[in-house]
Design a protein. Structure first.
Length: 394
């Protein structure tokens, strides 16, 4: 008998076509997962290593999506994360929505379907907000007992099979309308052993990094995805990828929603896209990151030979003088990287440099620009500066 905790890194390997995919013979699972009836029940006394199925925010058993339009999320999470959610100030606050719907779902050439604007959307505007259908850990420690020594791929396949059983319980808890929406999403993991639910999660999940409770170090979160969650959304998961994205998304714990913002002005009819990869990665590294999604990116950054050098430079460019900052902003803009935190950092530097010169007019201009990037933690800082804000946009 062999007993192994399969590291999450192994899971990353299976994509594309895997020969002999599926559950290897001869293993015995020993997971314990808690199903919960009362979403508001305290978490004290629960085993901190066992995940919990919970509906958040708490709803009545007979709730329907039509009657409760803000929706709710079926979650699989560790008890300390549930405690963090329940004690977040304002939770569960109602969804914050744009004044009118400004997008539609439609066919996107060679990309399946995607979201397109139905009116002009301005930089910094909220495009949509929604509660995810599901929220699951990006990494679950699963101890599996084997009756024979397995190959590395067989271990991965066993783990994938186990995950599917776990996800199936979550899926069965979804409201029938949500189940239909979930199953209608794309699945790029049809031939690597992933089950139908795990495949959809792997194809569509957006990372949630703000549910860290201190159990894991920043390094563990970064390299092993410990404490990071995956949210599958009905709408935002429809966004296709671009290396120069015109939107970015952020999870808000208080309203328990994913929010999508326009990173720059977007004309009517343009496809909304966000980035599935690290923004500072170079073209070949981005293509490698995209392999599990089953496509090669052909966006303009991937087709422009000078892009790599410009992208690399734009992330290391100094911000010591006003001229540096303006040059850096224009490099990032040429790369279409207004969503990068580096862009916001540069706006902050400009604001401070102009303030240092006593130039309140220009300091205010960049403070306003920073304040209109609500996805950045620096936006609040800009709003708190006693500058001459006015209503005009910059
Ligand atoms: C999260 S889904 C995006 C929505 C999907 N297009 C749909 O029809 O629901 C991810 C999948 O969309 C497709 N996709 C996303 N971005 C793409 C791109 N830039 N080029 C080609 N296909 C893309 C790939 O099939 C990928 O596995």
């Amino acid at each position: 008998m062999f007993s192994v905790v399969v590291p999450s890194e192994l899971l990353e390997r299976s994509h594309g076509f895997v020969e002999n995919a599926g559950r290897p013979e001869g293993y015995e699972a020993q997971r314990t997962i808690l199903k919960e009836r009362d979403a508001l029940a305290p978490t004290e006394g629960l085993d901190s290593d066992n995940t919990l199925y919970t509906t958040q925010p708490s709803i009545r058993m007979d709730a329907t999506p039509a009657a409760f339009s803000d929706g709710w999320t079926e979650c699989l999470l560790y008890p300390d994360v549930k405690a963090l959610i329940l004690t977040t100030p304002g939770f569960p606050s109602p969804l914050f929505r744009p004044s009118s719907r400004g997008y539609r779902l439609g066919p996107s050439p060679n990309k399946g379907r995607g979201l397109f604007t139905t009116r002009k959307i301005s930089a910094g505007d909220l495009v949509l907000s929604e509660r995810p259908l599901t929220l699951t850990p990006a990494w679950i420690s699963t101890r599996v007992r084997y009756l024979k020594e397995l190959t590395a791929e067989e271990k991965v396949q066993t783990q994938i099979y186990e995950w599917e059983q776990t996800f199936k319980v979550l899926f069965d808890r979804l409201h029938p309308d949500y189940r239909t929406a979930f199953m209608a999403l794309a699945n790029s993991h049809q031939r690597d052993g992933s089950g139908p639910i795990g495949g959809i999660i792997r194809t569509n999940a957006l990372g949630v990094r703000c549910l860290q409770t201190g159990r894991y170090s920043a390094e563990e979160a970064r390299t092993l995805r410990r404490g990071i969650y995956s949210a599958v959304c009905r709408e935002i998961s429809r966004l296709n990828h671009s290396c120069s994205p015109n939107t970015t998304a952020k999870f808000d714990v208080a309203s328990f929603s994913y929010q999508l913002f326009a990173a720059r002005d977007i004309p009517k009819g343009e496809e909304l896209k966000f980035s599935y990869t690290a923004l500072n990665a170079l073209a070949e590294a981005r293509q490698t990151e995209l392999e599990p999604y089953g496509f090669r990116c052909t966006c303009s950054a991937c087709r422009t030979p000078e892009s790599d050098a410009r992208r690399a430079l734009s992330f290391v460019f100094p911000v010591e003088t006003i001229e540096d900052c303006l040059e850096k902003l224009s490099l990032l803009e040429e790369e279409g990287l207004q969503v990068a935190e580096e862009y916001c950092e540069t706006l902050k530097s400009l604001m401070n440099l102009y303030l240092g010169r006593g130039d309140v007019h220009n300091a205010s201009k960049y403070a306003r620009k920073l304040a209109s990037r609500p996805w950045s933690p620096l936006a609040d800082l800009a709003r708190s500066y006693p500058l001459h804000f006015n209503r005009s946009r910059c």
